[in-house]
Design a protein around this ligand. Structure first.
Ligand code: ADP
Ligand code: MG
Ligand code: MG
Length: 212
């Protein structure tokens, strides 16, 4: 069983910063359609700040330590709705990862579930409220199913990433019931939720870092 350790977690951060940077304009445009247009900017600032802190990680840092670094940095740099929501997600993920030096498939699925639960307890969004939860929840379900079937952690993450991407697309027809987009009411339909899209990008980066 190839467990995912510190190198995977650090590579996830690097790939997250890359992919958010590459999709910065796309996320800004999505948020301009149904929000205030800052999601790409906020996330890019946050992950660039995390990149700058990677050198300070201890040699024996665990995946949980890396997730905690992401959490504290996003909380202090991203702002808006997404900052505290993603911050909570990574913080709860870090708690679930614990002090393990490597994560197997079940542990990876538990990290994702804890992250999603953190977002839900903080933001109180339900499924189909047109938020990032609509990407996270199918991702958690797919990860749980893959882990229960004995999949390697890389395959668990790939299953999660694919489900998150489909979940993000599925936000398009929905009417927003949480966050800024909810101010638009029915006019929010016909646009993809920016936070669901960034979630899909981040989980794709996690799978890619695992080699899937
Ligand atoms: P802001 O709306 O404060 O400008 P961002 O633009 O960075 O913050 O993030 C917007 C995203 O945050 C939305 O696309 C949505 O996915 C997510 N979001 C907003 N409110 C909630 C909530 N209550 N629960 C879950 N996600 C939410
Ligand atoms: Mg915004
Ligand atoms: Mg804003």
């Amino acid at each position: 069983m190839a467990g995912l350790g510190r190198d995977w977690a650090v590579d996830w951060v690097r790939r997250s910063a890359d992919v958010i940077g590459e999709h910065r304009i796309e996320l800004i445009t999505l948020d301009r359609d149904i929000g205030d247009g800052d999601h790409g900017e906020n996330m890019d600032r946050g992950f660039q700040a995390v990149l700058g802190k990677l050198d300070g990680l201890a040699d024996d840092a665990t995946p949980g330590d890396v997730l905690k670094l992401v959490a504290t940095t996003l909380i202090s740099t991203v702002g808006g709705a997404a900052g505290p929501l993603y911050g909570t997600a990574y913080l709860k993920g870090a708690v679930a990862a614990g002090t393990a030096s490597e994560l197997d498939g079940a542990a990876v699925a538990a990290v994702l579930a804890a992250a999603r639960d953190g977002i839900v307890s903080r933001g109180k969004a339900e499924l189909e409220d047109k938020t990032m939860v609509d990407a996270w929840t199918p991702a958690v379900d797919a990860a749980d199913a893959a882990a229960a079937a004995g999949a390697e952690p890389a395959a668990v993450l790939r299953a999660a990433a694919e489900a998150a991407a489909a979940g993000a697309v599925a936000t398009e027809p929905l009417v927003a019931r949480k966050g800024r987009a909810s101010y638009l009411g029915e006019r929010s339909a016909g646009h993809r939720d920016p936070g669901a899209q960034s979630t899909a990008l981040l989980l794709d980066a996690a799978a890619a870092a695992a080699g899937a």
